[in-house]
Ligand binder design. Sequence first.
Ligand SMILES: C[S@@+](CC[C@H](N)C(=O)[O-])C[C@H]1O[C@@H](n2cnc3c(N)ncnc32)[C@H](O)[C@@H]1O
Length: 209
Amino acid sequence: MDRAAYVSDFLQEDAMLRTVRQRIADAGLPAISVAPELGRLLTLLVKTARAETVLEIGALGGYSGICLARGLGPEGKLISLELKPEFAELARDNLADAGLADKVEYRVGPALDSLAQLAREGWRFDVVFIDADKPNYPQYLDYALALSRPGTLILADNVLLGDRVLDETLPHPSPVAMRTFNQRMKANPRLEATLLPVHDGFSIARVLP
Ligand SMILES: C[S@@+](CC[C@H](N)C(=O)[O-])C[C@H]1O[C@@H](n2cnc3c(N)ncnc32)[C@H](O)[C@@H]1O
């Protein structure tokens, strides 16, 4: 048995999540949902934070949305932002099949527009998970902070960007933006943060009191 098989055996990804991963593939969407071990981490972090309000930026087919919503208490709410209506529809169907329809609200359109609207509505979130287009990660962090309160967890996937963040000479928008994002996570005095070198890099920060 290799390491991946050992971890897979440990996790025992359930039938619902396996079905969702298959539906995403069948619908022709890219295989860019979070890995099962990160999905389980999302559930554990939402539970540990006793989060009542969770914000997801980037829904795809709802895999991470299910993991986040599973961590919520009875009154908890997930707001999930997705650019593409057809992706949001698949995600909505998948969360409904997982028995989580009453916990989630999808907002369709460019996330920066939805975030501005959430700010106008006065939302504050206990957990924010950033997993959408990479060039906007620094702005997503700004909004995550604006929509936070002390103790909020800010989570982000793909922060190593296939190790392209390591090469400071790369001029492309995604690595430039991700280096800015990582620098701000590291240096913002309002945050205590870690960067886990698992998969494509996953960071976790807590907003300080
Ligand atoms: C990596 S996938 C999200 C995966 C999902 N979090 C999961 O693990 O199941 C990124 C998603 O962000 C969406 N996206 C890209 N640009 C966006 C934007 N400007 N606003 C909102 N969503 C965006 C894409 O359509 C895609 O569904």
